[in-house]
Design a protein around this ligand. Structure first.
Ligand code: ADP
Ligand code: MG
Length: 355
């Protein structure tokens, strides 16, 4: 591996579980940089867990290769055993041993699952350090069932980090927790990983979780990697309809270019800024984010408010156009409109992009 800042290199890997179904992973290439938290984001069934299991060594590749810290750990015909890969794992269901205390759970990881050999005194020191790192000092002798879900997940993280693995893989670690705990743990996990300096792959199907926790995000769709980039670039400049839809949950409007202007059902837009038309396309789909639409009451308009939801910090409106197409809008809390009224739509052209 030529670049020392790349800790994990995935080269064109494919995995097909059975001949009659499409591949779970299709020619996926991805790199994890030293100290980085990389999010793997995609809907259920798109291949996220399969990719993690291949990296961890629980599945074998059909083609391609994986290198960790400059060494090959997997090809289609050679595979290093999981316990020899120097990789830590955290699962959605915590996977703690119920009959072992917190300290024993963590020490077990150091004794049995690491390829490194630790002396007993070292095991004790690393266990303590690890418990302290995740903020659970004082709870060493408790059993998993005596802890909350959030605390159990922190134990699982401590156990994965204790042997100081080269990378750590987290498979939807927050999905089983209540929303309040989930929101708090997002930042806690990020800060623990950053303090430890561990490189991590964080799997989630929740776009907000990926955007808020990760340094970069890889968006997956049906076994393919759709786009890789910073949270800002994925959100602001999605390169496919799939990414725009899944990450941004935006509106899409068909547009026709005629007489130098984009014509749509919600109005006409000048081809300036992000709507420039250098390829002289006659048709395009415009992406319009929910938060970029302003609405104004207009009794004569045939755009109707069909539904309104109060979300605490904002209102969420569902508008319906004459054609039946829905437009979703979020508005500041001061803007409360009645269901059933007509409205017009205003959008800053610079916020719209063609997809
Ligand atoms: P995700 O974690 O993104 O929800 P998975 O990686 O679990 O997705 O699954 C990807 C695809 O591979 C799915 O279609 C799933 O049914 C299939 N798959 C996963 N594991 C197996 C397996 N052991 N045998 C057969 N098919 C599998
Ligand atoms: Mg999964």
């Amino acid at each position: 591996m030529s670049d020392p800042t790349i800790v994990l290199k995935i080269n064109q890997i494919s995995k097909q579980f059975d001949r009659n179904s499409p591949p779970a992973l299709n020619q996926v290439s991805l790199e994890l940089q030293e100290g980085e938290i990389l999010g793997l984001l995609g809907p259920s069934g798109c291949g996220k867990t399969t990719l993690l299991r291949l990296i961890a060594g629980f599945e074998t590749l059909n083609s391609g290769s994986i290198e960790l810290s400059g060494e090959s750990i997997a090809t289609s015909d050679k595979s290093v055993a999981p316990e020899h890969r120097n990789i830590g794992m955290v699962f959605q269901d915590y996977a703690l041993f119920p009959h072992l205390t917190i300290a024993q759970n963590i020490a077990f990881g150091l004794q049995k699952t690491s390829r490194k050999r630790f002396a007993p005194a070292q095991i004790q020191a690393l266990t303590q350090e690890s418990i302290h790192r995740v903020g659970l000092s004082g709870l060493e002798s408790r059993y998993p069932h005596e802890l909350s879900g959030g605390q159990q997940q922190r134990v699982a993280l401590a156990r994965a980090l204790a042997p100081q693995p080269a990378i750590i893989l987290l498979d939807e670690p927050l999905s089983n927790l209540d929303i309040q705990v989930r929101l708090r743990l997002r930042q806690e996990i990020r800060s623990i990983l950053k303090t430890a300096g561990t490189s991590a792959i964080f799997v989630t199907h929740d776009q907000e979780e990926a955007l808020s926790m990760c340094d970069r995000i890889a968006v997956m769709n049906q076994g393919n990697l759709e786009q890789v980039g910073t949270p800002e670039s994925i959100y602001q400049t999605p390169t496919s309809r799939f990414v725009a839809d899944f990450v941004t949950q935006a509106n899409f409007i068909e547009a026709t270019f005629r007489s130098g202007v984009w014509h749509t059902e919600i109005g006409e837009f000048e081809p300036i800024g992000t709507l420039e038309n250098p390829d002289k396309k006659s048709q395009a789909t415009l992406m319009i984010r929910q938060e970029d639409v302003q609405i104004k009451v207009d009794d004569r308009s045939n755009i109707i408010i069909r539904d309104r939801q109060f979300l605490g910090r904002e209102y969420y409106y569902e508008l319906v156009l004459k054609s039946g197409q829905k437009i979703l809008v979020t508005c500041p809390i001061g803007e409360k409109y009645a269901i059933g009224i007509g409205v017009t739509i205003e959008i800053d052209t610079n916020r719209i992009i063609t997809i």
